[in-house]
Design a protein around this ligand. Sequence first.
Ligand code: HEM
Ligand code: SF4
Length: 459
Amino acid sequence: GAYYEIWLDGEKVISAEEHPDVKAARQRNTNGTIFPHNEEPIYGDRYMPRKFKCCVTVPGDNSVDLFSQDLTLVVITDEQGNLEGFNIYAGGGLGRTHNKEETFARLADEIGFVQAADVYEAVKAIVATQRDYGDRYNRRHARLKYLIHDWGVEKFKAKVEEYFGKPLEPFRPLPPWRYKDFLGWHPQGDGKFFYGLSIANGRILDRGNFKLKSALRKIVEEFQLPLRVTPHQNLLLCEVSPDQREAIQHILEEHGVRDVTALDPLERYSMACPALPTCGLAITESERAIPGVLERIRRLMNRLGLQNEHFVIRMTGCPNGCARPYLAELGFVGIVPDTYQVWLGGSPDQTRLAEVYMERLPLAELETALEPLLVFYRDRHQPGESFGDFCHRVGIPALRQFAANYVPSSAPKRYRVDVRADQYQQLKALAAAKGLSLAALTREAIQRYLEQARSTNQE
Ligand code: HEM
Ligand code: SF4
């Protein structure tokens, strides 16, 4: 019941009643899926063995990273658009622990199809299976993904069907999954519009001329729009009538909030978890480090002639995988301070697991590590092939071999400049705070100084 109440400053501000159908479905006792006389009929008197993540999507739309979820329902309609039922996936999950091979990221499997009228019973059957057979001894082994991994899909399905009381129908064919972020203006289909707003790493703030927080406050106060939070840490402003569009666009521009067309796609498709200083489990920086990392990768790509390319980059401060790095084309997973495991080979639409390419990359060596991979990709990818698909096709051993034999040909000549000790210390501290290498920060500082000097001269 706690999930149906939101308390703020000691007052209950939102309390939602369950839909009568949901309430009835929860209470219905099919084949032992519930504890009939318990206040919480499905859980009983204790929680599930571990977190249990669910999502719902429509065919072709993988904006929810469905392969990372414990349970996914895919809405299946007939040709007229009437709801027929749901395809079910189960057993995805990303959290793992470094150096413990028995913990791993896993993609969800296709389980079957259920008619719309049976969906509550099917979900209860899956939840009951994990509730009753999920591991309650070892927390690291308690997710549904391990139960399905240990049993295999067939045994899992058979147990679910016992609770469900009949066979699941065969999984319905689906079109390929695509990652969609719905940024910018889109018609809702009812005459109104919604606007997808990119929020870098989900952090809503005002900083300098960029006043995202103020813009959002103004929009919500003026138009009372419902907001949706997306799994990619963005926001959708919903229910916008055609005559409000211009005013909303104006508020965003006036507050320095960039339109999606002004975003570097590296940033648009990237994601980082909160990590330091918010998360007690963090080993490395993530949210605060990723802007500098993206900037450095973009600079490197520009130098290598890859200015028109982009791919999905995700970073986390520990192996729990909150920003889902194991599904990215290039994933960074914090392992020891300032050092990351590098994962490669996920797909642009998050339908394939990445693999470990490098166990420890100190962030200071980012360019040295990535340059060979990007050059290999630049020179050898097939037309239209993304970086992640390329890495997957050639395979980790070939990538490692290419990197080992790589001789940087295009490396610019390097020059040395002396700085005072106190300047050095300040630069070092600033570089650490920004997640940049000392060299990158110093180059940037000098560049800014030169630009300033040039514009002063021109004036
Ligand atoms: C800030 C403190 C946070 C803590 C302490 C935390 C903790 C964890 C832990 C322990 C896991 C591993 C779960 C397992 O293997 O069973 C995990 C996974 C995950 N978390 Fe977080 N998390 C935090 C923030 C977030 C945020 C802000 C998001 C979303 C924006 C998020 C999304 C996820 C996702 C997608 C996974 C991986 C999928 C999975 O294995 O279920 N987490 N988190
Ligand atoms: S992945 Fe990031 S947010 Fe999640 S637990 Fe690790 S450091 Fe914290």
